[in-house]
Design a protein around this ligand. Sequence first.
Ligand code: PMP
Length: 355
Amino acid sequence: MSDWMKNVRDVQPYVPGEQPKCENVIKLNTNENPYPPAPGVQEIINQANTDSLRLYPDPEASVLVNALAEYHGVSTESVFVGVGSDDVLAMAFLTFFNSDKPILFPDITYSFYDVWAGLFKIPYEKPALKGDFTINIEDYMKPCGGIVIANPNAPTSIYEPVNNIERIIAAHPDAVVIVDEAYVDFGAESVLPLVNKYDNLLVVRTYSKSRSLAGLRIGYAVGNEALINALNSVKLSYNSYTMNMPSLIMGTEAIKDEAYFRDTLHKIVTTREHVKAELSGMGFSVLDSKTNFLFAKHESISAKYIFEELRKENIYVRYFNKPRIDNYLRITIGTDDEMAVFLDTVKKIKKSVDI
Ligand code: PMP
C-alpha cells in the first residue's frame, strides 16, 4: 500500500438510482417529474446567446435569490441557493454541525445524510422510526448537535404534521434543525412560515421534483438571516461560483408560471392516487404518500422479485436492500400512459406467480 493511501479520506459514497443508458425505458426510479419544465424555460433556451457565458456568473446569485425571496415573501437575506438541494444540504451540514454531540435523523430517510455525516466527520445517531414509519417525537427531545428531518420523508413518502416538527424545532433553540422539503409541493404542509418564529430552522427545497428541473441542479434554503449568512461564508470559503449562469436565468423563469406549476402538481397527485388504488386492489399495501412516489409492498410477492421482473421489461423502479424496507418498492409517479404500462406489467407478474 502506497503511503499516500493511508491519508485518503475514508468515505462511503451515496448510491444514486440508476440512470439507464438504453432508450425506451419507463423510468420510475429517481423521483423525476415526467412533465417538462415551465414553457418559459424552453423559450429562454431558444433565445440563448452564448456570448454571456464568457463571464463568470454572479457569485451572490442575486437574480435567483431575489426571485425566490419574492416568491416566498421573505427577505433576500433569508435565501441561500446551491447546486441542487444536495449541495445546499452538504453546505448546511458543513456549516452548522460542528458540535461534539451527535446530530439526529431517522434510521429510514434520505441516505445521503449518513454520507455527509461520514464525509465531514460529524457524529450522528439514527433513532428508529415507529413500525408505521412515523417519527417518535420523544427521540428528538434530547441534547444533540443538530437535527435533519425530511418531510415528507423519503423513501417512505409519508408526512409528519407541522405541529410535530415544530415541537422538535422549539425544543432545540441551541441547535440547527434542517427540514428537507424536497417533496413538500405534492400535498404536504410546509414549515416555511415558521422561519420567522425560530432562528434555528433551515428549510431546504429543490427544483428537481415539482419544478421538473433535476437536470439544471437548483436547490435553495430559507432561514433566519444569520443562518443564511453563515452558509454563505462557508460557501464563499469553498467555491464562489456554484450557480452557473443558465441555471440562474432559467431558475428565475421557472417560478414565474404558477398556473403551469399547479397544473403539473395536480396531474401527478391525481395519477398517484389512481395508481395507489390500483396497487391496493392487487394486494399491495401502499403508504399514504404526500410525494411524487409511492412506497409499497405486496402481501405475498417479494419486492426484489417484482423489481427484477419489471426491469426485464425496461421498467425501472427503486429497490433498497436495507433492513426494514427490503420488501418495499419505491415507485415514482410518471405520466398516465407510463403508469398504465407499469400497472399492466405488475398485473402480468402477479398472474405468472399466481399460477
Ligand atoms: N432530499 C431528498 C429527501 C431527496 O429525495 C433528494 C433527491 N435525491 C434530495 C434531497 C436531493 O435532490 P436535488 O439534489 O436534486 O435537489
